[in-house]
Write a protein that binds this ligand. Structure first.
Ligand code: HEC
Length: 162
């Protein structure tokens, strides 16, 4: 290697080392973080959080079944799936847990269950996939509305709300 190239290699190597050192020191610096999650906390026991989140995952799973059935225009399957999340499913959360949830949460959750009921009814009676799609969009707005307001925190101190 010619001396000139040796020099370039040395300078390049030095620059890589410096960049590495800068990155390493940067990672140990305290980065100020904004208060991460400003949504209102629902303070539940760990087991209660599990029940609520399980219901949430069921919502999502049923929406997947509905969107899968829509292009096939399988309205019977849509009605069957939607009904599993209808008002009948609302009773799956134990009363002691329901008692800890604020009124607004219950209203929002109730709205989701009754819309699932309506999706099931309309899928059977109207059997119009476009109508179902617009109902699913309306449903997703309700999901988003509640997710924008609440988060779940695990804690022992939750008391039943009147
Ligand atoms: C009444 C309020 C409310 C409604 C309505 C609602 N959710 Fe949720 N959902 C929550 C809360 C609270 C959480 C927990 C969020 C957190 O702690 O960050 C959650 C979490 C979830 C999760 C995460 C589950 C997990 O295992 O972590 C999914 C998925 C979800 N919701 C789907 C849905 C879908 C789909 C809908 C509409 C069909 C919906 N939710 C409607 C309140 C709601």
């Amino acid at each position: 290697m010619k001396p000139k190239y040796k020099h370039i290699v040395a300078v390049t190597f030095g620059a890589v080392l410096l960049a590495g050192a800068a990155l390493a020191s940067g990672s140990t610096k305290h980065v100020p973080v904004k208060q991460a999650d400003q949504r209102a906390p629902l303070v539940l026991l760990d087991a209660e959080r599990h029940i609520v989140l399980e219901e949430m995952r069921n919502f999502l799973a049923v929406l997947q079944i509905i969107t899968d059935a829509l292009p096939r225009e399988d309205m019977k399957e849509i009605a069957r799936a939607a009904r599993t999340m209808g008002s009948g499913a609302a009773n799956e959360i134990p009363p002691v847990t329901v008692a800890k949830l604020p009124e607004e949460f219950k209203v929002l959750a109730g709205g989701v269950h009754t819309l699932f009921d309506l999706i099931a009814l309309d899928a059977e009676s109207l059997a119009d996939p476009k109508h179902t799609v617009s109902q699913v969009s309306e449903l997703l707005q309700k999901c988003n509305a509640c997710h924008g307001i609440y988060q779940i925190k695990v804690g022992p101190g939750a008391k039943a709300k009147k």
